[in-house]
Design a protein around this ligand. Structure first.
Ligand code: AQP
Length: 328
């Protein structure tokens, strides 16, 4: 079995993009791969957050991942900060990464564009922490959405450079993206990706949205003034997004889905119906789990122990390779 690792930030409410681009694939992976999934709370503090809210969101997101189908008895599900090796390896890798390659990261540019001087240093260096998250587990595959491709390239570059300078230490991972649904766009601004932190409540379908809310958001999705239904992400990004969502929800290809429609109204209605059905079991299971959050919370301890057993071995290899004297 190949080793797989991926993570998600407890920075807000998980949306359809997270589900189709990442989480749904993780649920499948856990049965065929040696799977590690983490709630990356250390990434969440790269921008100021209310501490109580961050703690609550971390548990809430864990419940949601279980509701979506991750089984802590099958995969290793843990909270990043519970495994201290992430922060330690991140420092070692910061001493391998260069300022230039971090400056090229588009997410930093986007998130700090209006206030680079006051942006936290962690916002600049977090792609290195992400590399540590992955390399600690000798992950061969990292299932992510399209927006993470650049960070994965950086992770590969850091691993290759480290191995070249200090000897073979890390497994060099590959990103794996879903064929359909790797980049779900905001329903109100279809040229921007659907995101937890974008202030676009009507453009973001949340996994826990009630059916009527999902229907309303999809009905009001921005399309264009023409009426022809074709899959053309450049010229018709709003329509292409709806086609992509419907295709991902029903296991088809967007261009094939387009052939069945001549008007936007029925396309929107069918997309809403498919999304409601896709998310219904997750919402129902979440309601059950939320009545006893401690049951899920206790599985996190076991997840962290399993994760730490792997992470400590890799960290020891990296420490030795780079020349840190061992304590014993
Ligand atoms: N729109 C998307 N389409 C497909 N996949 C997506 N992912 C995120 N957005 C889309 C994938 O979801 C996983 C978790 O990503 P994340 O925790 O970084 O969440 P986010 O929604 O991307 O959060 P933000 O709002 O962009 O970042 P913050 O919260 O820091 O402001 C990843 O695999 C990602 O590719």
């Amino acid at each position: 079995m190949a080793r797989v690792l991926s993570g998600i930030q407890p920075t807000g409410d998980i949306h359809l993009g997270n589900y189709l681009g990442a989480v749904r694939g993780w649920v499948e992976d856990q049965h065929t791969q040696d799977s590690y999934f983490c709630v990356v709370d250390l990434h969440a503090i790269t921008v100021p957050r209310d501490p109580a809210e961050l703690r609550a969101k971390t548990l809430e997101l864990t419940l949601l991942l279980v509701a979506a189908g991750l089984d802590p008895e099958v995969c290793t599900l843990f909270v990043q900060s519970h495994v201290h090796q992430h922060a330690e390896l991140s420092w070692i890798l910061e001493c391998v990464a260069s300022m230039g390659e971090l400056r090229r990261m588009t997410q930093f540019k986007e998130k700090s564009s209006d206030a680079e001087e006051s942006a936290r240093v962690g916002l600049f260096t977090y792609p290195v922490l992400q590399a540590a998250d992955i390399l600690l587990y000798d992950a061969e595959r990292v299932p992510v959405g399209e927006d993470q491709r650049q960070h994965l390239e950086l992770c590969r570059d850091i691993a290759l450079r480290f191995n070249h300078r200090y000897g073979d230490t890390f497994v060099v991972p590959d990103a794996t993206l879903p064929k359909v649904g790797a980049r779900i766009m905001d329903l109100q601004r279809p040229t921007a990706k659907m995101s937890k932190s974008a202030d676009s409540p009507q453009g973001t379908v949340l996994v826990l949205d009630e059916p009527a809310v999902i229907e309303r958001k999809l009905k009001r999705a921005v399309t264009d003034t023409a009426t022809e239904v074709t899959f053309d992400p450049d010229k018709k990004p709003g329509v292409a997004n709806l086609l992509q969502i419907l295709a991902a929800a029903t296991g088809r290809q967007p261009a094939d889905v387009a052939e069945g429609y001549s008007q936007y109204g029925p396309l929107k209605a069918d997309t809403a119906a498919a999304v409601v059905e896709l998310l219904r079991p997750v919402r129902e299971r979440y309601a059950e789990l939320a009545s006893d959050p401690e049951a899920v919370r206790s599985t996190l301890r076991q997840g962290a122990e399993k994760a730490e057993a792997v992470a400590s071995g890799t960290l020891a290899r990296a420490r030795t390779a780079i020349g840190l004297l061992s304590r014993s």
